[in-house]
Structures are given as structure tokens and as C-alpha cells.
Design a protein around this ligand. Structure first.
Ligand code: ZN
Length: 307
């Protein structure tokens, strides 16, 4: 049976873009519910300097509270060497590095040129390899930049080459502000694969800013990609990219893949329930389509029972 893997980003990419700062115990509870739904890869936090992103300042404390679960990988986002040291101390074994394919986004995001970021990312990867950690290399704004518009695929290919040489396990191509279209996804992926990256080591990170996340994810699936980032309820975006709201909603992808007979290993009802829990904790409605559908169906069923 065909299958895909969901990489859940809500505790990091989702919460980072939320005004509310959730208590550490609530984050651990959300992560526990995602695990119970069958999610095996979860990006739980970022090891940035605590004052940069107050929402994620409890990284080390949170990692200590995570439920131990067979086969589940907890990933930490690593901005630099100091962040990697904090992650190692916290007991994280799976790390994600990041940089942008466009200069302006990279500068706004981390106040460095792409060249400077690459050098720093390579150092982090070298140490992480020594520590025998699993490493994911995110490239942001692959399919378009909110400041520069079109991003030449050559930018991405140069970074991919450096990351692969440095020794990442997975290349995650990010549509940071939801600018991609399915045709472009096929074209960019064809170039990345032709450059020598095995398709099983490629993940895609889509945003639904313009309603195209699912179409783009399916285009990637058709090219052979089997790893998909998603955020429960469609929570979050990027605070440094205007209009970047709306990570691809995990429930939308799980529902679509399962309906196509492609196994995700995830219990959709339990995932949807985790999304409702996240929404209740955040105190505002989340935008995921299946999330909204599921809540509606649930309240209609409750109304029918009480009628
Ligand atoms: Zn995202």
C-alpha cells in the first residue's frame, strides 16, 4: 500500500506565529495528543535565544516534559551553534536547520546574508553529524519571496548542493508565503531530483495563504515526494513574512491522502480532536478546512442526539 509521512510543525511553526504564549504543560499535552493520533515526526520547538521568540522560550523545559513514545521523533529547530548546544543538552536527537533561497527574506529572518547563513548552517550540520543526530535542512522561499517575487531555482540548487554535501538527511523545500503553484512544484522538484537528491530525501512544506497548499502537496506526491509538513488546524505561519498565515493543515492532507487510499498511519478523528484542543487553548478559530468541517459535523451530531 502506498504511504506518506506527516511531519507536524504546529508546536513550532504554528505557535511561533501566535500572539498567545501557551503554558509549557499545554504544549506537552498537545504534542501528546498528536502522538496518540499516530504522528511520528513532530517539530516541537525552536532553540532560538529565548527573547527572540517568547512563545518558544521554554524549549529545554518542554523537551523534558515530552512523552516517551516508541518510534516517535521529536525535532528541534536550530538557528545556530548555541541553539544546537541547548538542543543537545535538552536531549534532542533530531534537528532542523534553516535558511532562505532569497536574500531579502533571509536578511529579515535572521539578519544575515544567504552566504553567511550557509556557513553557519554547515557548522551546525558538522557538529550534529558528530553527535550522530538526524538532520533536516529547510530552505525557505523556494517558490517565491514576499519581498523579491520570483526566486530563481538556481538559488535553491546551490543551497541544496551545499546542504547535501554537508550531510543533511532530508531537504525540506518551503513555500513560506504560499506562492507556489502545482506546475512550479513539479518543475522545481524535477530540477532538485535531477541535481542528484533522492526523492525519498525530499520533504515539502506548503502554506495555504492563497488556497493552494493541498494542490501543491499533491503535485509533489505525483513526482514521488512522500514527506509532507503540516500544522494541525492550519495553525501558524512566519512572523517575518507578511501575509504568510496558514501552514498546510495536517487534517486536510491526512483526509485527502487517506481518501485516495494512501496510508498516513494517522487516526484522522484523533488528529482533528487535537486540532480542536489547540484551538481552544489559543482562544481563536483555526482555518483548516477539514478542521472546520469536523467541528461542524460533531456539533450537528451532538444536536441530533439532544433533539
Ligand atoms: Zn510554515
Amino acid at each position: 500500500m502506498a504511504s506518506v509521512a506527516l511531519y507536524e510543525v504546529s508546536p513550532r511553526d504554528g505557535l511561533q506565529n501566535e500572539a498567545a504564549v501557551l503554558p509549557t504543560a499545554v504544549k506537552a499535552e498537545l504534542i501528546g495528543r498528536l502522538v496518540a493520533a499516530g504522528v511520528q515526526d513532530i517539530e516541537v520547538t525552536s532553540f532560538v535565544r529565548p527573547r527572540w521568540i517568547p512563545q518558544l522560550s521554554d524549549a529545554v523545559e518542554l523537551v523534558r516534559m515530552l512523552p516517551k513514545a516508541e518510534g516517535v521523533r521529536y525535532w528541534g529547530l536550530i538557528p545556530n551553534q548555541v541553539g544546537l548546544e541547548r538542543a543537545v543538552e535538552g536531549g534532542i536527537r533530531h534537528v532542523a536547520t534553516f535558511l532562505s533561497a532569497s536574500e531579502t527574506h533571509n536578511k529579515k529572518n535572521v539578519n544575515r546574508t544567504v552566504r553567511e547563513s550557509l556557513a553557519s548552517v554547515e557548522e551546525v550540520i558538522a557538529v550534529a553529524r558528530d553527535e550522530q543526530m538526524a538532520i533536516r535542512g529547510y530552505i525557505s522561499t523556494v517558490f517565491g519571496c514576499p519581498y523579491e517575487g520570483d526566486v530563481p531555482v538556481e538559488n535553491t540548487l546551490r543551497i541544496v548542493d551545499r546542504l547535501m554535501t554537508a550531510g543533511v538527511d532530508v531537504i525540506a523545500l518551503g513555500d513560506t508565503t504560499g506562492m507556489a503553484n502545482p506546475r512550479q512544484v513539479r518543475e522545481v522538484l524535477a530540477r532538485v531530483i535531477a541535481a542528484g537528491v533522492p526523492v525519498e530525501r525530499i520533504a515539502v512544506h506548503m502554506h495555504d495563504t492563497r488556497g493552494t497548499a493541498l494542490a501543491n502537496a499533491l503535485a509533489a506526491y505525483e513526482v514521488g515526494v512522500r514527506q509532507f509538513d503540516g500544522s494541525v488546524g492550519g495553525m501558524g505561519g512566519c512572523p517575518y513574512a507578511p501575509g504568510a498565515s496558514g501552514n498546510a493543515a495536517s487534517e486536510d492532507m491526512v483526509n485527502t491522502f487517506e481518501a485516495m487510499g494512501i496510508s498516513t498511519g494517522i487516526d484522522l478523528d484523533r488528529l482533528a480532536a487535537a486540532g480542536v484542543y489547540a484551538e481552544e487553548q489559543l482562544g481563536h478559530e483555526l482555518p483548516g478546512r477539514y478542521h472546520l468541517y469536523w467541528k461542524g459535523a460533531r456539533s450537528r451530531a451532538a444536536a441530533a442526539r439532544s433533539a
